[in-house]
Ligand binder design. Structure first.
Ligand SMILES: CC(C)(COP(=O)(O)OP(=O)(O)OC[C@H]1O[C@@H](n2cnc3c(N)ncnc32)[C@H](O)[C@@H]1OP(=O)(O)O)[C@@H](O)C(=O)NCCC(=O)NCCS
Length: 177
């Protein structure tokens, strides 16, 4: 039976679940209780969780900063038991929709060069490589990736269409599913 996956804003009660999933995915050095709590309760941006029957099965942290015109994804993780069911894609899409609704012009993130699942997800969601970052994660190289939220605006300024796939703007502002 297919179970309904709901994407919604995280509350402080979700922090232990996000920490647990984060430790499974990134190890205990890759995620911290204090940081997650700060991001959920005080940081500028959004923390979203994916729930199944109330249980958190994944989450995303997408932050902005004063003066930035872009949002940055700091954390995206799906519980190992819930992978390949489009939970990650839906979380990412919801975060992108949020960034768009906040007037951001782009979303950026870093991903380990050899993290094929995440890299494929990002490429398929409209991100392209901006820069190679050598030794970015303790001797692991990474890519900085970026998705433009207003690609058509650039094309209109240039006065012609290059026929790129139109991913944004999203269908409905604030849509989370
Ligand atoms: C990366 C991650 C978030 C993907 O979440 P997910 O819910 O399993 O991914 P989805 O089911 O939404 O997959 C969406 C697309 O991503 C790609 N993808 C996901 N898992 C993949 C895999 N194991 N191998 C290759 N491509 C993969 C595919 O293109 C997939 O589209 P498709 O199902 O139509 O082929 C998940 O694997 C994860 O939590 N990994 C550990 C933490 C991590 O690496 N986070 C990213 C840090 S930058």
């Amino acid at each position: 039976m297919r179970r309904k996956i709901v994407i919604e804003r995280a509350t402080r009660d979700d922090e232990p679940s996000l920490l647990d999933i984060g430790v499974r995915c990134f190890g205990s050095m890759g995620v911290s209780h204090r940081q997650l709590l700060y991001q959920i309760t005080r940081a500028k941006g959004i923390v979203l969780v994916a729930r199944v029957n109330g249980m958190v099965v994944g989450g995303i942290v997408c932050l902005t900063h004063a003066g930035w015109k872009r949002a940055h994804v700091y954390y995206l993780a799906v519980h190992p038991d819930w992978r390949r069911r489009h939970v990650g894609r839906r979380l990412l899409k919801a975060a992108i929709n949020y960034a768009y609704s906040e007037g951001m012009v782009a979303v950026t993130l870093e991903v380990k060069k050899d993290n094929e699942p995440a890299f494929c997800l990002y490429r398929g969601s409209g991100f392209s490589i901006q820069k190679l970052l050598l030794d970015y994660y303790f001797f692991h190289d990474a890519y900085r990736m970026r998705a433009e939220l207003f690609p058509n605006a650039t094309r209109m300024v240039n006065g012609y269409s290059r026929g790129r796939r139109r991913l944004y703007p999203p269908r409905a502002t604030g849509e989370t599913r």
